[in-house]
Unconditional design. Structure first.
Length: 281
């Protein structure tokens, strides 16, 4: 067995030029790549992205915030972000232990496309988009368009993710994130719920609620979001959540939980999420 190629470009144009040839495995934090090599140790061609300038950090771009693809979960936890990012910060604290948070990148979490990826539900509630760069140029996809299924994304072999783009909310926003696992920390999610409410004069002017680990891709709850518009933003919002609002979910039976339990847990966590958002104090 021959060793694979290894390339660590220091310029973005060098990286996308190399990708034109195809066949590369992209490496950033490596927190998903290396555990997968425990069993499958066949050689592959590694394109190491860690030396690329400008792909780490969070910048205010006027009407949106730009999160560089190599931004770590620790970077997100420590960044002075507005309240609408509180859910993403809570999720960042649930991504493995501190060592994983220091190494793992936000783009890696999205590109891995696990149904239980902690970063996806809060980013869906932030209406996030992803920036994909290639030798042909740059294209932007909404996160819901980017993740296609379990471990499947819309990224072409000649592209790499360079940023996550988050629009600023129109009204003052509050956010949270809840996760259920077999234990409190260092665990894969059974169910996750993230929520963002935009509130004006005490009333809900916009609502975005997303559930993860209950479908092949994390799902927004549009029926519930529509029902919340115009309602008083208090803890009583939780009482408005019904099983019918979760009808679009399609949980599976696996080693962590069966589908029926996941649906019941999703309903409970969604109610808790709205109780917290309605009474943030």
């Amino acid at each position: 067995m021959s060793d694979g190629r290894y390339l660590r470009p220091e310029r973005l144009d060098e990286a996308v030029y190399a990708l034109q040839g195809g066949g590369w495995t992209l490496l950033a934090g490596g927190t998903d790549y290396f555990p997968g090599r425990v069993i499958d140790q066949s050689s592959c061609d590694i394109l190491d992205l860690t030396a690329l300038p400008g792909l780490r950090g969070i910048a205010d771009q006027g009407d949106h915030l730009r999160i560089g693809a190599l931004t770590s979960w620790t970077d997100i936890i420590e960044a002075p972000l507005p309240p609408c990012f509180d859910g993403l910060k809570l999720a960042a604290r649930e991504v493995g232990g501190m060592q994983i948070q220091n190494r793992g990148t936000i783009a890696g979490n999205l590109c891995n496309a696990s149904p239980a990826a902690d970063g996806v539900p809060p980013l869906l509630t932030l209406d996030a988009s992803v920036e994909l760069s290639s030798a042909e140029g740059v294209r932007v996809l909404s996160l819901s368009e980017f993740i296609l299924g379990n471990r499947r994304t819309a990224r072409r072999p000649d592209e790499l993710m360079t940023a996550i783009l988050v629009p600023k909310p129109a009204y003052p926003a509050r956010a949270t994130f809840l996760k259920l696992g077999a234990r409190r920390y260092l665990v894969i999610s059974i169910v996750m719920v993230a929520g963002v409410l935009e509130v004006t004069d005490g009333l809900v002017s916009a609502a975005r609620i997303a559930v993860g680990a209950c479908s092949a891709v994390a799902q927004r709850l549009p029926l519930l979001e529509a029902a919340l518009i115009g309602q008083k933003a208090d803890a009583a919002l939780a009482e408005r959540v019904t099983a019918a609002h979760l009808a679009g979910l399609a949980p599976i039976d696996d080693i962590r939980a069966d589908a029926e339990y996941r649906l019941d847990a999703a309903l409970v966590l969604t109610r808790r999420c709205l109780a917290l958002l309605g009474n943030p104090a």
